[in-house]
Design a protein around this ligand. Structure first.
Ligand SMILES: *[C@@H]1O[C@H](CO)[C@@H](O)[C@H](O)[C@H]1NC(C)=O
Ligand SMILES: *[C@@H]1O[C@H](CO)[C@@H](O)[C@H](O)[C@H]1NC(C)=O
Ligand SMILES: *[C@@H]1O[C@H](CO)[C@@H](O)[C@H](O)[C@H]1NC(C)=O
Ligand SMILES: *[C@@H]1O[C@H](CO)[C@@H](O)[C@H](O)[C@H]1NC(C)=O
Ligand SMILES: *[C@@H]1O[C@H](CO)[C@@H](O)[C@H](O)[C@H]1NC(C)=O
Ligand SMILES: *[C@@H]1O[C@H](CO)[C@@H](O)[C@H](O)[C@H]1NC(C)=O
Ligand SMILES: *[C@@H]1O[C@H](CO)[C@@H](O)[C@H](O)[C@H]1NC(C)=O
Ligand SMILES: *[C@@H]1O[C@H](CO)[C@@H](O)[C@H](O)[C@H]1NC(C)=O
Length: 506
C-alpha cells in the first residue's frame, strides 16, 4: 500500500447562467481504483448528477450520498460562494479589460470549516472508492479572459494510511484539495531534441511539466540530443526545474561516424535508400525519403534508448515530446498507478496512425506473430488478436501515440523485445518505417497487451496539449498553445504563469 491520496473539488461558474456550475469531487485510492463524481448544484442544493453513465451510476450515487451525509457538498458550495465572493459574470466581464488586476485578490475564506471535509474524504477513501471512473466529459465553462484569484490553505488529513499534508487551493473557478504524490525509485523523465534550435520549446514543455507534475516527485530528467547544447542553455533550464536533476546526453557518435560503423548490409541499404554511392555529402538534414534527423530520433527511440548507459540505473521512463505541453496540475499520479500495477506501457493516446501492412512479415520475423487487430477495451487495456505466419498480411497496424507515455524499461530491454525489434528493423538504418511508435506498440501488443493501458481509461485525465489536441483526443480550444495558455492554461496552472516561457504555438 503506498501513501498518496488525492482529492479534488473543482467548481466553476457556468457562463451565461445564474446557476453555480459544477462540483467535481475526485477521490483516488492508492492501489487500483480512482473515483470521481460530478454534480450540478444550485443555491447550495444538489440538483442533479452530471454525466453519470452505465454501471458506474449506482456507485456514484452512493458516493454522493456519502458526501452529502458528511456535509461535504454544502461545505464545498459554501467555499465556492465565498471564494467567488459576489463576483457576477458581469463583473468578471469588466475585469477582462483590466490586465493588471490579476491573481491573489480573493483568499480562501478564513471560516472555511475543514473538519467535515476531512471526515468525508477519509470515510470515502476507506469505503467508497471502488470502481468509479473519471468522467470523460470536461465542462467548458471558461469565460474568455476571466482573471484568476488564487490562494492556498494547508491542512493535514489525519487517520489516512500516511497522514499526508494537503492543501486547499482556491482559484477563480476552482477549489481543490491537493495532496503530495509518492516518489518511487528508478523513475526518469526523458525527451529528445536534435539540437540547440529546439531548446526553447524544450524549456516550455519541461517547465510546464515541472509545475503540473514533477515538482511533487522531482524525478531525474534526461534530455537526449543529437548535437551538443551550450552549457548556458542547460543551466537556464535547470533553474526552471528546481531540485530535479537534469542531464543532457549526446545520443550519437557523429553522423558520419554512425554511418561508418554500420555493418555492410545496413550500410548498403542506407546508400541505396539515399540514392548515393558515398555518404560524404549527406548530413542530418538530407532527405532520403524523409529528413534523416527525424528518422534518427525515431530509430534512437526504437532501438537504442532502452540500452543507453544514461538510463541504465532506471526502470521506469516517462517520455514527453518537447512539443507536449501540460496545461493543468496532474491531479493523480500515473507513474504511481503504472508502478503499483506493473505496467509495460501506459500511453496518453491510442491509436495514432497505422503502420502500413507491408510491415507484417517483418513483425512476424521479429516476434513469430502478426498483429491482426489491436484495440482498446472498456477498461483501457490493449486487446490484440494475433496471427500466424502469412496471416493478416493485408492489415495495417494501429500505433500507440509516441508523444507521451510511460514505459517499463526492463520490458523493452528484455531479450524477446530486443531481439524482436532488431529483427523487425532488419537492414534499416534511418528508415522512416518502422518507427518508435511501432517499436513500442508491437512488443506490447504481442507480449503484454493486458499490461498496456490508456491513461484516461485508467482514470487519468491529464489534458496534455499536443498539436492542438488534448491527450490526442479532444480538440483544444483555442487551438494554438499560446492562445490556449493565455485563455485557459495559466488559470488552471497558475504556478507556471509568468514563470515558464510560453513561446511555441504547437
Ligand atoms: C452577496 O451579496 C449579497 C447582497 O449584496 C449579500 O447579502 C451576501 O452576503 C453576499 N455574499 C457573499 C458571499 O459575500
Ligand atoms: C486595474 O487594476 C489596477 C490594480 O488593481 C487598478 O489600480 C486600476 O485602477 C484598475 N483599472 C481599472 C480601469 O479598473
Ligand atoms: C502550504 O504548504 C506549502 C508546502 O509545504 C508551503 O510552501 C506554503 O507556504 C504553505 N502555505 C501556507 C499558506 O501555509
Ligand atoms: C497518523 O496520525 C495519528 C494521530 O496523530 C497517529 O496515531 C498515527 O500513527 C499516524 N500515522 C502515520 C502513518 O503516521
Ligand atoms: C538517383 O540518382 C541518379 C543520379 O544521381 C538519378 O539519375 C536517379 O533519378 C535517382 N533515382 C531516384 C529514384 O531518385
Ligand atoms: C559533394 O558536394 C560537393 C560540393 O557540392 C561536390 O563537388 C561533390 O562532387 C559532391 N560529392 C559527391 C560524392 O556527391
Ligand atoms: C520465435 O521463434 C524462434 C524460433 O523458434 C525463437 O527462437 C524465438 O525465441 C521466438 N521469439 C519469440 C518472441 O517468441
Ligand atoms: C474553470 O474550470 C474549468 C473546468 O474545470 C476549466 O476548464 C477552466 O479552464 C477554468 N477556468 C478558469 C478561468 O480557471
Amino acid at each position: 500500500m503506498s501513501s498518496s491520496n488525492y482529492i479534488h473539488v473543482n467548481s466553476s461558474l457556468h457562463s451565461g447562467r445564474k446557476r453555480l456550475g459544477v462540483l467535481r469531487v475526485m477521490l483516488a485510492s492508492t492501489v487500483v481504483f480512482f473515483s470521481i463524481v460530478s454534480l450540478y448544484f444550485s443555491h447550495n442544493q444538489v440538483s442533479r448528477i452530471h454525466e453519470v453513465s452505465g454501471h458506474h451510476r449506482a456507485k456514484k450515487l452512493r458516493l454522493r450520498e456519502e458526501l452529502a451525509k458528511h456535509n461535504l457538498l454544502r461545505l464545498a458550495s459554501k467555499g465556492l460562494v465565498h471564494s467567488l465572493g459576489n463576483n457576477s459574470l458581469k463583473e468578471n466581464g469588466n475585469q477582462r479589460q483590466n490586465k493588471t488586476k490579476q491573481r491573489l485578490s480573493r483568499p480562501v475564506p478564513k471560516d472555511l470549516d475543514i473538519a467535515p471535509l476531512q471526515a468525508a474524504i477519509i470515510k470515502t477513501l476507506e469505503e467508497g472508492r471502488d470502481g468509479i471512473k473519471e468522467d470523460r466529459v470536461v465542462q467548458k465553462t471558461v469565460k474568455k479572459g476571466e482573471k484568476q484569484a488564487s490562494s492556498v490553505v494547508n491542512f493535514t488529513l489525519p487517520k489516512t494510511s500516511s497522514n499526508v499534508t494537503a492543501s486547499i487551493q482556491a482559484t477563480t473557478n476552482s477549489t481543490y484539495i491537493d495532496v503530495p504524490f509518492k516518489r518511487y525509485d528508478k523513475v526518469v523523465i526523458v525527451t529528445k531534441i536534435h539540437g540547440p534550435h529546439q531548446w526553447e520549446i524544450l524549456e516550455q514543455s519541461f517547465c510546464l511539466l515541472h509545475h503540473a507534475y514533477n515538482h511533487k516527485v522531482l524525478y531525474d530528467i534526461v534530455v537526449f540530443t543529437a548535437e551538443p547544447v551550450p552549457q548556458d542553455n542547460v543551466d537556464n533550464l535547470q533553474k526552471m526545474l528546481g531540485n530535479a536533476k537534469l542531464s543532457v546526453e549526446l545520443d550519437n557518435r557523429g553522423f558520419q561516424e554512425e554511418i561508418a560503423a554500420l555493418p555492410p548490409n545496413k550500410y548498403n541499404h542506407f546508400l541505396e535508400m539515399c540514392n548515393v554511392t558515398t555518404p560524404a555529402n549527406l548530413t542530418w538534414w538530407s532527405e532520403c525519403k524523409f529528413r534523416l534527423a527525424y528518422n534518427w530520433q525515431a530509430e534512437f527511440r526504437s532501438l537504442h534508448i532502452w540500452h543507453h548507459p544514461a538510463l541504465k540505473e532506471y526502470k521506469y521512463m516517462l517520455w514527453m515530446d518537447t512539443d507536449g505541453f501540460c496545461a493543468k496540475p496532474w491531479q493523480k499520479d500515473p507513474v504511481e498507478y503504472f508502478i503499483e500495477n506493473d505496467g509495460v506501457i501506459m500511453f496518453d493516446h491510442f491509436p495514432q496512425a497505422q503502420t502500413n501492412m507491408k510491415i507484417q512479415p517483418h513483425i512476424y520475423h521479429g516476434f513469430n506473430k502478426t498483429i491482426c487487430e489491436l484495440k482498446l477495451n472498456e477498461e483501457g487495456n490493449l486487446v490484440s488478436r494475433l496471427g500466424e505466419e502469412g496471416e493478416c498480411y493485408q492489415r495495417g497496424v494501429p500505433n500507440i501515440h509516441g508523444f507521451f507515455h510511460i514505459t517499463n524499461l526492463d520490458f523493452y530491454r528484455s531479450a524477446p523485445v530486443k531481439n524482436g525489434l532488431e529483427k523487425l528493423f532488419g537492414d534499416c538504418f534511418l528508415c522512416r518505417v518502422p518507427d518508435d511508435q511501432l517499436a513500442v506498440t508491437a512488443p506490447a501488443a504481442i507480449l503484454a497487451p493486458e499490461r498496456s493501458w490508456e491513461m484516461r481509461g485508467k482514470g487519468f485525465h491529464l489534458d496534455v496539449f499536443h498539436n492542438g489536441m488534448m491527450d490526442g483526443l479532444d480538440i483544444a480550444k483555442p487551438a494554438g498553445f499560446k492562445k490556449y495558455w493565455a485563455e485557459v492554461g495559466k488559470f488552471d496552472l497558475p504556478s507556471a504563469d509568468g514563470i515558464c516561457p510560453i513561446v511555441a504555438k504547437n
